[in-house]
Design a protein around this ligand. Structure first.
Ligand SMILES: O=C(O)c1cc(=O)[nH]c(=O)n1[C@@H]1O[C@H](COP(=O)(O)O)[C@@H](O)[C@H]1O
Length: 307
């Protein structure tokens, strides 16, 4: 069973929701932030402890009803080395709890450097005398940037295939100025070309589900593009951000799924993590119960769309 088959199995069991582990500092529950700043002072370590406890509570609250989490690395990099240690701890915790972990790093570079990223996050280090060290991060899938083209992408495909992991290549992004570059192109728009490239490069990564372990990121904020991409690329898994805080609607996501309800993972970060802010409980105590309620609610709404 390859990564894509595993994804389908988890979607069938739990649903397509991906909880985005994006600890926006200004949105963290005030009670938690105050607690750690009081205990540890005004420094990165205190913030890292706070983010750690926040993440642990989220994982505990959702692990039996959600199949996937996506950690956006920027929020952890912001806290320096303490933040990266927290990221590592939370990745491990999530995997121990049976969650499939997507690391959102949007990495890439020239091939020789890209190979380093691919080994770091996916396959680990092989060095002379036939020795090897497994990947420190050891996540299930990584987001990748396509701007370097085929040779930049190749190491990610090779390493992912070697260790049966997944890739999500950024294709149609959610942001307002996405069309400025992505809609360029004479015969075919750039984002379509990206999808075509990923489809071709991932041909040998197709599993029994008919999906490739190399998928694409497609924003919910461009529903018409989502529909066209699904029609044209039946073997690509879509990772879909943009629902909730960025205004992406749910109804149009219907087009993202194949007839059997497979093919799309839908990420919601702020819309799930910070649901307490809509509840009037301003100090955020018990926020994790609302994280759980909101996640159940999304899974149910997605189930409707999958029919
Ligand atoms: O690759 C991504 O996940 C991504 C691509 C994109 O086009 N737009 C986008 O919002 N994302 C990520 O998806 C998450 C969306 O967060 P919310 O808007 O809070 O749900 C963030 O982690 C973004 O970095």
């Amino acid at each position: 069973m390859n990564f894509a088959d595993q994804v389908c199995k988890v979607v069938e069991m739990k649903g397509p929701l991906v909880v985005g582990m994006d600890p926006h500092l200004e949105l963290l529950p005030p009670y938690l932030l105050e607690k750690w700043l009081r205990e540890r002072g005004n420094n990165l370590q205190a913030l890292a402890y706070c983010v750690m406890e926040f993440g642990e509570l989220v994982i505990e609250a959702i692990h039996d009803i959600v199949g996937f989490v996506k950690f956006q690395m920027a929020f952890y990099e912001l806290l320096g080395v303490p933040g990266l240690m927290v990221l590592k701890n939370l990745v491990d915790r999530a995997r121990e709890k049976g969650l499939t972990v997507i690391l959102d790093g949007k990495r890439n570079d020239i091939a020789s450097t890209a190979a380093c990223y691919a080994r770091a996050y996916l396959s680990g280090i092989e060095y002379p005398l036939e020795r090897s060290i497994p990947s420190f991060w050891d996540v299930d899938a990584l987001t990748v940037n396509p701007y370097f083209g085929e040779d930049g992408l190749t190491p990610f495909f090779e390493e992912a295939k070697k260790v049966n992991k997944g890739l999500f290549v950024v294709c149609r992004t959610t942001n307002p100025s996405a069309p400025f570059l992505q809609d360029e192109g004479r015969e075919e728009k750039v984002y379509f070309k990206v999808a075509r490239l990923v489809e071709r490069m991932g041909e040998k990564m197709i599993g029994d589900s008919g999906f490739s372990s190399a998928g694409i990121v497609v924003g919910a904020t461009y529903p018409e593009d989502l529909r066209m991409l699904r029609a044209e690329f039946p073997s690509l898994l879509f990772l879909i951000p943009g629902v909730g805080a960025q205004g992406g609607g749910l109804e149009t996501l219907r087009f993202a799924f194949r007839d059997d309800g497979m093919g799309a993972l839908v990420n919601v970060s702020r819309g799930v993590l910070f649901a307490y802010r809509e509840s009037g409980k301003l100090d955020g105590r018990g926020f994790e119960r609302l994280v759980r309620t909101k996640s159940i609610d999304y899974q149910e709404r997605f189930r409707e769309l999958q029919r």
